[in-house]
Write a protein that binds this ligand. Structure first.
Ligand SMILES: *Cc1c(COP(=O)(O)O)cnc(C)c1O
Length: 368
C-alpha cells in the first residue's frame, strides 16, 4: 500500500543529499576500499568527536555493539544483567548470548527504566545494568550512575535510539563504560543497511572491542590474541554515514520542530498522553520516535491507516510475554499497560509541515 504519509521515507532522504552520497560511494568503489579502510577510521574519529569521547569503534550492528560491549566488560555465564522489557529484543538477546541472565525491571511514564526499581533486584550475581534511552530521551542516568557506583556495577548504555540526546549537557552513550549505537536505516543516523558503533573512554575496553570485532587479530603485530567475531562496520557504510553525520544536528532540530507541532495541536485531547515537548531544560530529547498513549488505540491505528497515515506500534506484545524467550517469570505492570496504549506517529526530517498537519487533523477527527 502507498501511504500519503509513510512512517519513513528513505527515497526522499536519499534524494536530498544524493550528490554527496553518490560521490562517497564512488570514491570507495574506485579505491577498492572495502574493509577497515580510511573511511571507517575517519567516520570513527568524527563520531567520537561528535560525542566528545576518546574511542569509537565501528561494528556490524547495534546488536553487536551491545554484545561485544558485554563481552569486553567480562560478562559471563552466571552473571546477572539488569535491563527492561520495553525495548527492542536485541538488548536482551545480547545478555543471553553472553550466557548471562537478564533481570527485567519495569518502566516509568517516560517509557524508560524505572531506576527506583533497580536496587531491589540487585543480588551478589549482578554485574551490569543496560539502560535503554528509548525514543530519543535519556533514562534518569544521574540516579542510575549513583546506584551503579554504590554497588560497583558496570553500565552499558543502549543508546541506539538516542544519538545526540543529552541530560544536564551529558550526551547519551557517554555515561557508561560503553555506549552502543545503531545505524539501522530508520535510526536518526541510518546507513544503507546494518551497522553499529561502540563508544568508550576506557582504553582497555576499546582495545578489546577492536580485537573482538576482527577475529581477535592484532594485525600490526601479526598475532591472534583471542577468539573473536567478524563484526566490522563496512568501509562503504562508514563513508556514507560520515557524509550524513554532519547533518545530524539539523535533522534533530527538525525532529524537535515536528514534536513541537504535534504537541501544540494534540495536547488538549484528553484521550491522549503525549511525550514532553522539546524544552531547553535538563533533558535534550532527539525524538527518534514520537510515541503517544491513546485511548481506543487499536481503533485509532485503523483510522489513521485508512486515512493513508502509516503508524507503528512498538511493541504490541511485551518481550516477557513471548513464550520462546523464557522470560515469563517477570511481572511488569507498566510495561504491559503501555503496550496496549502506545502508537508511534511519523517523525523524520523529510516530513513537511503539511504532512504533520494531515496527521494532526486525522487524529483530531477521530476523537471529535
Ligand atoms: C535498533 C535498536 C537496537 C539494535 O540495533 P541493530 O543495529 O538493529 O542491531 C538495539 N536497541 C534498541 C533500543 C534499538 O532501537
Amino acid at each position: 500500500m502507498i501511504y500519503k504519509v509513510p512512517f519513513v521515507n528513505f527515497p526522499e532522504h536519499y534524494k536530498r543529499i544524493k550528490d554527496e552520497i553518490d560521490f562517497a560511494i564512488k570514491e570507495v568503489l574506485l579505491g577498492g576500499d572495502y574493509i577497515l579502510r580510511k573511511h571507517l577510521k575517519e567516520f570513527e574519529e568524527n563520531f567520537a568527536k561528535f560525542l566528545g569521547v576518546k574511542y569509537a569503534i565501528g561494528v556490524g550492528s547495534g546488536t553487536d555493539a551491545l554484545y561485544l560491549s558485554l563481552k569486553a566488560a567480562g560478562i559471563n555465564q552466571g552473571d546477572e544483567v539488569i535491563t527492561v522489557a520495553h525495548t527492542f529484543v536485541a538488548t536482551i538477546a545480547s545478555i543471553i548470548h553472553c550466557g548471562a541472565k537478564p533481570i527485567l525491571v519495569d518502566i516509568g511514564e517516560d517509557y524508560n527504566m524505572d531506576v527506583e526499581k533497580v536496587e531491589e533486584v540487585i543480588t551478589n550475581k549482578t554485574k551490569a545494568i543496560i539502560p535503554v534511552h528509548l525514543n530519543g530521551r535519556l533514562c534518569d542516568m544521574k540516579r542510575l550512575m549513583e546506584i551503579a557506583s554504590k554497588y560497583n556495577l558496570i553500565i552499558i548504555e543502549d543508546a541506539a535510539q538516542a544519538l545526540g540526546a543529552s541530560l544536564d549537557g551529558v550526551k547519551a552513550g557517554t555515561f557508561g563504560l560503553t555506549g552502543c549505537f545503531s545505524f539501522y536505516p530508520a535510526k536518526i543516523l541510518g546507513g544503507l543497511g546494518d551497522g553499529g558503533m561502540v563508544v568508550t573512554n576506557n582504553k582497555d575496553v576499546a582495545e578489546k572491542i577492536l580485537l573482538l570485532r576482527d577475529h581477535g587479530q592484532k594485525r600490526e603485530i601479526g598475532e591472534i590474541l583471542c577468539y573473536g567475531f567478524n563484526s566490522r562496520l563496512d568501509n562503504l557504510q562508514a563513508a556514507v554515514l560520515n557524509v550524513k553525520l554532519k547533518y545530524v544536528p539539523k535533522w534533530i532540530e527538525r525532529r524537535r520542530e515536528i514534536a513541537k507541532l504535534y504537541h501544540q495541536a494534540l495536547s488538549n485531547i484528553t484521550k491522549l498522553k503525549l511525550p514532553p515537548p522539546p524544552m531547553n531544560g535538563r533533558f535534550y530529547d532527539v525524538y527518534q520516535n514520537y510515541v503517544i498513549r491513546a485511548k481506543r488505540r487499536d481503533e485509532l491505528v485503523k483510522h489513521l491507516m485508512r486515512e493513508g497515515i502509516e503508524v507503528l506500534i512498538s511493541w504490541p506484545k511485551p518481550l516477557h510475554k513471548h513464550e520462546a524467550l523464557g522470560l515469563s517469570n517477570f511481572h511488569l505492570p507498566m510495561t504491559e499497560q503501555i503496550s496496549k496504549e502506545v502508537v508511534s506517529l511519523p517523525i523524520y526530517p523529510e516530513l513537511s509541515n503539511n504532512d504533520v498537519n494531515f496527521v494532526i487533523q486525522a487524529i483530531q477527527t477521530f476523537y471529535k
